[in-house]
Design a protein around this ligand. Structure first.
Ligand SMILES: [Zn+2]
Length: 527
């Protein structure tokens, strides 16, 4: 198969996402008083309602309705005041009622959007950007200095309930294939679930990944879900189809399942785009089917041919009255909206003078944003205001984020790098006590040895030498030892400056202040 970049030169991928989030922070289920608890003893949180026993009547959970309205307001949706619940019929043991209670054509939240900022190498996967100047827009894309912003429509967010969990016994890795029997746990049945459906506005796997990441940040900020892709409280399916560049007709789409991490979401979509391109280029046909992403085999496999909406025989739920949300209710929920990631980024830019790029990457993770806030609170208490905002942002975006990416499960809030130590490190660099290169070593040592930056610098004798007299002596020595190079430099080969800096640093065993070395060298060589 061809590579994604090559495929995207000839084909345009049309991607839409369906994102399910369990409202895990609620205490009880959607239509009954059963407790919500992940990992509890099987079938200990059930009752006649969530087991669908005859005569049991559902009562909607008001807190869950608040949760979905929060989600809608935070994603720029219109809140529909009048909507109702429907029965989606299906026969499978994971739902004892044989139907799922969900919403019909009108959901609580309709017509929303999110803007995605894409930069880095993946920004090149979007076609036609080269023709645009920063600030210029085409379709749903606006070119920016570092990449582009994609405006992604949200069709709706509707409320539904989760099904129970099947456990297949005797097969490989809990799969149904080869299993001797299956067990069912109804603890999860009836868990409030919100499903967000995007417009088919996404064009690259990276955009899909960023959308999911941004949505997760918003839900976490709202406190409506723990958004654990591992535990399945945040799940994502992707629809993808291809069309020739320049064509506006939609191709046949496949639905991808089992993309239970950001990486799997990206890789699954990338694989499926390349697979479809290969089939189409060989004159084959794409079938509307549901496919399963297998991250180990790195391919997608057919699960089933797609059902049509008619198969579910959706009809109004007779046991639940249509919903009428009052203006007061919606406004009361709006008043509970916390500061959202985009607002936080805007505040970092105005309050601390950070670039849009830095501000955005700080809010990529809630942990890094919280850490930045804690550090800036310390700086404010010390009377430093925003003086160290930029170097601190650099430390967090470069070093801390790289460390987080390399160490799965790393918890910044519980790590040896406390806000106090981060500020200490930033101050050491700002005062020229250590070079930015040494700072990387100190950073790694703080995390590895759980000591303060000052203690590490003292222990390792790392203090940077900024003493002009000491550095001048070294500069003189280096110039005296390389008269030929000095002559070449003065003859116009100014690129040799780097050589001299390197020699001076070597002579000072890396402890010379590079700024001072550069200044003195330039002054003496140009003399
Ligand atoms: Zn129940």
């Amino acid at each position: 198969m061809r590579k994604l970049e090559e495929v995207l030169n000839d084909w345009e991928a049309v991607i839409g996402l369906e994102v399910h989030a369990e409202l895990t922070t609620l205490r009880t289920k959607m239509f009954c008083g059963c407790k919500l608890e992940f990992g509890a003893e099987p079938n200990t949180h059930t009752c006649p309602v969530c087991l669908g026993l005859p005569g049991a009547l559902p009562v909607p959970n008001r807190a869950a309705i608040e949760g979905i309205v929060l989600a809608g307001l935070a994603t720029n949706c219109d809140i529909e005041k009048h909507s109702m619940f429907y029965r989606k019929n299906y026969m499978y043991p994971d739902m004892a009622k044989n139907f799922q209670t969900t919403q019909g054509p009108v959901a609580f939240c309709m017509r929303g959007w999110l803007d995605l900022d894409v930069d880095g190498p993946a920004a090149r996967e979007r076609h036609g950007l080269d023709a645009l100047e920063p600030g210029q827009a085409e379709g749903n894309v606006t070119r920016t200095e570092e990449g582009y912003t994609a405006h992604v429509g949200i069709t709706r967010i509707h409320m539904e309930e989760d099904a129970g969990k099947m456990v297949h016994v005797g097969g490989g890795e809990g799969r149904i294939a080869g299993a001797t029997h299956s067990l069912v746990d109804y603890n999860r049945a009836g868990t409030p679930l919100i499903e967000l459906v995007t417009e088919p506005d996404l064009r690259t796997p990276e955009e899909a990944r960023l959308f999911m990441q941004k949505l997760r940040q918003i839900y976490l900020a709202l406190g409506i879900s723990n958004c654990s892709m591992e535990e399945g409280s945040l799940r994502c399916d992707g629809n993808v189809s291809l069309r020739r560049r320049g064509s506006s007709a939609l191709g046949v789409k496949t639905e991808l399942k089992n993309m239970n991490s950001f990486k799997n979401l990206h890789d699954g979509l990338a694989y499926e785009i390349c697979r479809q391109a290969e089939v189409l280029e060989e004159g084959g046909q794409i079938y509307q089917e549901t496919r399963h992403w297998d991250p180990t085999a790195k391919r997608t496999i057919v699960m089933r041919v797609k059902e049509t909406a008619d198969d579910y025989r959706l009809f109004p739920e007779p046991d639940l009255a249509p919903y009428d949300l009052s203006d007061e209710f919606v406004e009361a929920v709006r008043a509970k909206l916390p500061e959202l990631p985009d607002q936080k980024a805007a505040r970092y830019a105005t309050e601390h003078g950070l670039s849009a790029y830095d501000a955005r990457h700080l809010v990529d993770h809630r942990a890094t944003a919280d850490f930045f806030d804690a550090c800036m609170a310390l700086a404010a208490a010390e009377g430093d205001g925003s003086r160290f905002a930029k170097p601190l942002a650099n430390l967090i975006i470069n070093d801390v984020t790289a460390y987080m990416n390399a160490h799965e499960g790393f918890d910044l809030a519980e790590s040896p790098l406390t806000p106090e130590r981060a500020m200490e490190l930033v101050r050491l660099v700002a005062s020229d006590a250590v070079s930015s290169k040494q700072a990387k070593e100190v950073f790694a040592a703080v995390l590895a040895e759980d000591k303060s930056p000052e203690a590490i610098v003292a222990e390792r004798g790392m203090e940077q030498v900024s003493d002009t007299g000491a550095i001048e002596a070294v500069v003189d020595e280096v110039m005296a030892a390389n008269p030929d190079k000095v002559e070449q430099y003065r003859g116009g080969k100014t690129g040799l400056l780097g050589f001299f800096v390197g020699q001076c640093m070597k002579a000072m065993r890396g402890q010379g202040n590079p700024k001072v070395i550069n200044e003195l060298l330039a002054a003496k060589l140009d003399a």
